[in-house]
Write a protein that binds this ligand. Structure first.
Ligand code: COA
Length: 164
């Protein structure tokens, strides 16, 4: 049985993330999307808001759970009984960081394998920061994120403006 974890900040979730989620749901028996509560970052959305948004946009898949976490990823994976970590690779620039992270995680917990899915070409340029920046300047973000995210970002209008 493959129980996989797809971890990230998801601030906010984009179509690029959803592409990886959709394909991971097809590969794994169960997919846990791990939403990182990182005290070192100042996210636009609280971890609770990010979990709610993710639940809202992943309702079409039955083998998925959205779970917040903090601390080490491998500890979270072991706690959830997951044997696979999924990461998306958008471009060669992602590779070095992802390689280091997967090797570190392998030393920490050798039984957990990291697998990489290449992000769909149409989303290889995309990041959550790009979405926030375009929104801050009043640009159209409908190419990047689902309707639910647009609505939630509208509610944060003041906070997004202060990014710049
Ligand atoms: N499509 C679109 N964007 C994508 C993407 C995809 N398929 N994959 C990644 N991104 C973007 C994200 O939007 C994000 O953009 P941003 O920097 O503008 O916010 C960026 O790539 C990186 O995001 P993410 O994949 O969420 O990674 P992260 O760096 O926030 O967190 C963790 C990665 C959670 C896996 C890592 O920090 C972690 O494991 N932390 C726990 C602590 C730990 O165990 N550390 C030891 C490991 S070495």
């Amino acid at each position: 049985m493959i129980k996989a974890i797809y971890p990230g900040s998801f601030d906010p979730v984009t179509y690029g993330h959803l592409d990886i989620i959709k394909r991971s749901c097809a590969l794994a028996d169960e997919l846990i999307v791990g939403v990182l509560n990182n005290p070192a970052k100042s996210p636009l959305f609280s971890v609770k808001e990010r979990v709610n948004i993710l639940e809202n946009v992943t309702g079409q898949w039955s083998n998925i759970r959205i779970v917040p976490f903090e601390g080490l990823l491998v500890d979270f994976a072991n706690k959830m009984g997951a044997n696979v970590i999924v990461r998306g690779l958008r471009a060669i620039t992602d590779f070095e960081y992802e390689l280091t992270m997967s090797q570190t995680n392998h030393i920490l917990s050798p039984d957990i394998e990291t697998i990489f899915l290449t992000t769909g070409l149409e989303y290889s340029y995309l990041s959550s920061s790009t979405v926030k920046e375009v929104a801050a300047f009043g640009g159209d973000i409908s190419h990047f994120v689902p309707e639910v995210v647009i609505k939630e970002m509208d509610k944060k209008r003041g906070s997004i403006d202060s990014i710049n």
